[in-house]
Write a protein that binds this ligand. Structure first.
Ligand code: UN1
Length: 496
């Protein structure tokens, strides 16, 4: 019997009012139906927003350390259910099981981090210029927050947003990608079991451009956070600007690894393989460009293509698999289009470049790991986000040239440098214009205790995750309080 996943509104799992459903499938084998899922309409969203609003005054008044205890319990439940959830991630999203486990681990990390944040949530206390008066700032929640999340990290990304929003005292409505609704429901189930009060977390399903957009522009929503494509993010930016509504955006990336001629080449190769083909290239932090010094270019390209060609493509639950499927047909076709464009632009296709559909692979959309050499920085495959297992290798002669290749793109999420020369890494660390810079490591693998966010078109300047400037700053607003206990009217800037 097929599982049924329903909306979660005001603390109960309920069918969508119109009783419509859609299907979530395993991308490695479309015959494997994960579940039938409630297709929410506008009226369901209205109910979810109303439930969030109603719960809000109780939730914001619950002391933050108590909210943190609920998140701590959620962390413990995630630990207990890690293997089961990871298998769900792999089955519904396609990434290999070790990465499915990583996806859940990232949610565990952020749950523990945000649980601890319940005992910090710092404001400031500063001296007043006047006697018998004190000055402090405190954090308050934004209110009811809409969260719209993608399929590529189906547990971790909803968790980043949910746990940060919740610890600050917001009530939320989550609208996950229609490709991974089952994972989102499993995460919400964990929060319910951890004791989140009714109405504080609500879950609805449906297409982003209909249900997601309606939710984010809903008159009774106070703020919104979105991770997904640039096109959708920019549309939301326009819509929410006129509503004066805070919006956190994480959008695309076109991340580069720079390999200097003095680099440990073996390490750089491993980093390029991991960053380029991990998660089948479906990460916003994927390394889709490797910029290699001309002195080691030929050698690097040959070894890189050879290794890529040896990677095993298949279902993520198979232990031998390195690369899982693309999330769905339309994404697969988009990637094949880019491969065609690269060839037409004159890049050299060294390996891959085609769909694999022999045997069991015919039941999903699999693409062989693809490497292009002789790519120039102006080619579309070097400038546009592909979100698939396609890596372009570009050569450079001077450090300034390499810096320019990274900094002149509209994207600015992550970048990486492989070099053993401390002066070179220090200079690049200063000059590279991306939200995250890695040294002697790949472009992926950000940890939760520091902000995660892209510059320029990759984000809106409201990063996810922890640390100063991280998600707590987005999900709370500062209130400043001046308390005068002098018993007389004191005038700042006037009285001396
Ligand atoms: C994403 O690619 O959408 O840094 C998120 C990383 C992960 C998160 C990636 N921790 O690659």
């Amino acid at each position: 019997m097929t599982d049924i996943i329903r909306n979660y509104i005001a603390g109960s799992w309920t069918d969508a009012l119109a009783e419509k459903r859609f299907i979530s499938r395993n991308p490695a084998d479309y015959r494997d139906v994960m579940a039938e899922v409630s297709l929410s309409g506008f009226a369901d969203v209205d109910q979810a927003v109303a439930a969030a609003r109603q719960s809000h005054s109780g939730w914001r008044r619950l002391p933050a350390p108590r909210r943190g205890e609920i998140l701590f319990r959620a962390a413990e439940l995630l630990v207990k259910n890690k293997q089961r959830l990871a298998e769900l991630v792999t089955r519904e999203m396609g990434k290999v099981i070790s990465e499915g486990l990583g996806d859940v681990q990232e949610a565990i990390d952020i749950a523990y981090y945000m649980a601890g944040e319940g005992r910090r949530l710092q404001g400031e206390t500063v001296p007043s210029e006047l006697p018998d008066k004190d000055c402090k700032s405190v954090r308050e929640p934004l209110g009811v927050v809409a969260l719209v999340t993608p399929w590529n990290f189906p547990i971790a990304i909803p968790a980043w947003k949910l746990f940060a929003a919740l610890i600050c005292g917001n009530s939320v409505i989550l609208k996950p990608s229609s490709d991974t609704p089952v994972c989102a429901a499993a995460l919400v189930e964990i929060l319910a079991e951890a004791g989140i009060p009714s109405g504080v977390v609500n879950l609805v399903f449906g297409p982003g451009d209909v249900v997601g957009e309606y939710l984010m522009t809903h008159p009774d929503v106070d703020a919104a956070s979105f991770t997904g494509s640039c096109a959708a993010g920019e549309q939301l930016e326009r819509l929410l600007a006129v509503l004066h509504r805070p919006l956190a955006l994480e959008m695309g990336g076109k991340n580069a690894i720079i390999v200097m001629d003095d680099a440990n080449l073996e390490l750089a190769l491993e980093g390029a393989i991991w960053g380029g083909f991990g998660t089948t290239g479906q990460r916003c932090t994927a390394a889709s460009r490797i910029i290699v010094h001309e002195r080691v270019y030929e050698q690097f390209v040959e070894l890189f293509a050879e290794r890529a060609a040896r990677m095993e493509v298949g279902a993520g639950l198979e232990p031998a698999t390195h690369l899982g499927p693309l999330i769905n047909d339309s994404q697969g076709r988009r990637v094949l289009d880019y491969i065609r464009i690269g060839t037409e632009e004159g890049a050299t296709l060294l390996t891959g470049g085609r769909r694999l559909d022999e045997g069991d692979l015919a039941h999903g959309f699999f693409i062989a790991p693809t490497v292009f050499s002789n790519v120039t920085p102006s080619m579309r495959i070097a400038r546009e986000e592909i979100f698939g297992p396609v890596v372009s290798v570009i050569s450079f002669a001077t450090l300034d040239e390499a810096i320019n290749i990274v900094n002149t793109l509209p994207f600015g999420l992550s970048s990486s440098i492989f070099s053993q020369n401390v002066n070179v890494t220090a200079r690049l660390e200063r000059e590279l214009s991306t939200g995250i810079v890695y040294i002697n490591a790949s472009t992926i693998g950000a940890e939760v205790q520091l902000p995660f966010g892209g510059w320029r078109h990759s984000g809106s300047g409201h990063p996810e995750a922890g640390g100063r400037g991280g998600a707590i700053d987005f999900y709370s607003k500062m209130k400043v309080i001046y308390r005068d206990f002098s018993g007389r009217l004191q005038r700042a800037q006037i009285d001396k």
